[in-house]
Design a protein. Sequence first.
Length: 504
Amino acid sequence: MIPKITKGSRPHGIMAYLVGPGRHNEHTDPHLVAGSPLLMAWFDDAQLNADSAAEMAREIDLNRRTFGFDSGEQHVWQCSLSLHYEEGELGDEKWRDVVQSFMDKMDFTEAGAKAPCTWVAVHHGQNVKGNDHVHIVASRIREDGTKWSAGNDFRRAQSACRELEREHGLRQVSGTTSQRWLSRAEVERQGQERDGAARFRIERTVRACAMGSDSEAQFVRRMRRAQLIVRPRFASGSDAVVTGFSVAERPAQGMRPLFFGGGKLAKDLTLTALRTRWDDTLDSATEATDEWRAAKRGQRIVHRDPEGSALDENTARKMAQEIREVRRRMRAVPVSDHQQWAHLARETSGMLAAWSFAAEDGRDGPLARTARAVGRSAQRPGMRLEPLPAPLRFAGTAAFLVAMSQAPAPMAQAMVMSQLARTIQSIYQMHQAAGELAELRRLDDAFAHDLAQIAGPLPDVPEEAAHAGPVQAPGALRETQGPTVAPRHHYAATSRSEGMEMDR
């Protein structure tokens, strides 16, 4: 939940705007969900209009007039509270509880030790970005003539939002994760097709390329072969030290590319975070610099990658064993060690994203959605990914993903997916132990809807075939502990003839 705060001196203008059509005709059914007791008694459950807006504005302005404060002083405090669109619509009753708690924490109400201020919260529904939100308008003049202190109000509002996210099971964000929300430019470019927006497609592609790369140079090559425009950011005064990057899809004729920095896609996709996966040697740094320079200048790829081979059961068995071993080691990692759990979530999400890239032909299918849900676990507030020892990484993933771009055998897919499902279950149990309700709900949805579609057409994995630990009876992917999965659809992967061009 993201707070946006402004201050002003014209409550009549603010209220007139809130009950009007909005800049993009997005204000529909404006009504109160919370407010001072007197205003709620007058206007609760009523659709607001210009007359009611004027009456509420006069009431909000009453304390200023009564105690003789200058009309030019910024005595009106306005704050919008927005949810990420994946939360859907919260509903008036839930919003009432959230906003009332927020205003209590901000010391506007009678719940504090000081006299209350007059305030209202107006709800319209979703804005043009698809975010359900409310607008709060409050007088800064208390009923006894003292003033509400606005010192550090944005930091206090952020802190209150973090508490409310935990209390109400909402998506937990940091002060910077609003960058994950669709911008107006994206909405205008992509229309209302939010699930298939460019940002999510690019995130999946970048995550897939990173997961399938053994080096930074290979990562650059794979992004370019995946038809992304790659733009490195060099350190000031240098053409050899790369500090970051941005990427864009190739636009339609006559359109300009829409670039996203790695950190704008996801916190774990900054170049600093991605470099924790790769060895740092003089040779690897030189090769990476060659590829970054070629990308910047639009020149051909400099170095070639070794060719891969088709996925067979032996390759899949090794990958499944590796995933199981990583998961076994994670049993000793406490829930409070956010860094290592974030690494596990990033590795798992990357495998699913790469699989989606190879199999779903650009669609926002169940693999892509599951990858996105798991990837959120790697983006907890305050998270900073650091290098981890090899035993806690999916070291053999690159070979597996090279094979996935070709002709994977169904049993080979099933063996790896069986272990990935168990890994997601481990991440789910970690969130459960930590009491993180929003993450639990997101993974519940992934199990119930998306993993069920993936599991449907895959063959059962007999124990003697996997050799990767105990394998459950037929239907293992659908019978994990934790979320219960009931298959509703069959998942038919469509192969890409070019894949990720990993064999080049």
